[in-house]
Design a protein around this ligand. Structure first.
Ligand SMILES: C[S@@+](CC[C@H](N)C(=O)[O-])C[C@H]1O[C@@H](n2cnc3c(N)ncnc32)[C@H](O)[C@@H]1O
Length: 324
């Protein structure tokens, strides 16, 4: 398959949302090929600094090359964004003016990588962003019970045929390659039903499970708020509803002074808002961007700004009764 160089998604919108300024300090938690990072560095010159993180050593190599012009302003770290706080501590890189998470996969990983992220290319079922991690997609496919498999497919792929696919996998395994798995899924669901390939959801679910993507995202969001300075921006681009839901709930919760359940008459949660939601409506790519880069079509961007936490004196006084 022809390789398509990764085109950074919502690039102009990202730079505007991060409010990139000369001399600012930014963290790109998903460095990938360094497309967004390069634009951040260009815009923050002179004096700007960028910490770029990626779990994938191959992405780190590509980004290091791509950002070589800015080698004095950029710090590149192979690691998991779930460890954002420890990485920032290790390099004394906080507080910062902006944190970016551009989730999912780069075009290189999808088209070129031999780790089996796509069923368009025959490869072993690996799917680890970080090859040092233990569990591979083959381990999950071949060692999980059918019930566990069905749960993974339903929870992480929103796959309506989860049980049928899991049963079929149980009957024919071991399954070693992407093509084998894609064929098994196609057989299980009785061929193609709509526009998307029947294995699309299975592959998404497996990748999410292998890399603990939703868990890591939840953790990283909390840590991003910790490392942002007041007025700093959190920008997240997600590519499917499971990710977007996590980002939406997180920013909604963190922008409220009380997160008590609705049936509690007097607020006792002790929670204070740490964020202000900047864009009430999600930002999506223009038709022009989608034409130019069809892979951007599912992108959704959410933006929030770190605020000074309020003192609880005023919020404690606010009871559920007074809100009604
Ligand atoms: C969509 S790509 C980013 C592309 C990048 N913005 C660019 O313009 O080139 C997402 C990247 O996030 C990385 N990634 C995914 N989960 C990660 C995690 N938990 N920690 C660190 N990097 C992760 C992937 O390896 C991939 O390179």
């Amino acid at each position: 398959m022809l390789s398509v160089a990764h085109k950074p998604v919502l690039l102009k919108e990202t730079i505007a949302a991060l409010s990139v300024q000369p001399g600012g300090r930014y963290i790109d938690c998903t460095l990938g090929d360094g497309g967004h990072a390069l634009a951040i560095l260009e815009q923050s010159t002179p004096g700007g600094q960028l910490l770029g993180i990626d779990a994938d050593p191959a992405a780190i190599r590509r980004a290091t090359d791509h950002l070589s012009k800015y080698r004095d302003s950029v710090l590149i770290v192979q690691g998991n964004f779930a460890d954002l706080d420890t990485i920032c501590q290790r390099y004394s890189f906080a507080p910062v003016h902006g944190v970016l998470l551009d989730l999912g996969l780069s075009s290189e990983q999808l088209d070129e990588d031999p780790r089996g992220f796509s069923f368009q290319r025959d490869a072993e079922l690996d799917m680890r962003f970080d090859p040092a991690q233990e569990t591979t997609a083959a381990d999950i496919i071949n060692n999980s019970s059918e019930t566990e498999l069905a749960l993974i497919l339903r929870e992480f792929g929103e796959e309506p045929y989860a049980r049928r696919i899991a049963r079929r996998i149980g009957q024919v395994r071991p399954i070693k390659t992407t093509m084998e798995l894609a064929k098994v899924v196609e057989q299980a669901v009785g061929g193609r039903h709509g526009k998307i390939h029947p294995a699309t959801r299975t592959f998404q679910a497996l990748r999410i499970a292998v890399n603990r993507e939703l868990e890591n995202l939840e953790t990283a969001l909390g840590k991003a708020v910790e490392v942002l300075g007041t007025g700093g921006r959190l920008v997240v681009i997600s590519y499917h509803s499971l990710e977007d839901r996590i980002v939406k709930h997180f920013t909604q919760r963190e922008s409220r002074d009380c997160i008590c359940p609705p049936n509690i008459p007097v607020c006792d949660c002790g929670h204070t808002a740490s964020l202000r939601v900047v864009n009430k409506k999600i930002i999506i790519p223009s038709e022009e961007e989608i034409r130019d880069n069809p892979r951007s079509r599912s992108a959704k961007m959410r933006v929030a700004e770190k605020i000074e936490r309020s003192t609880r004196a005023d919020t404690r006084a606010r009871t559920r009764f007074s809100q009604n």
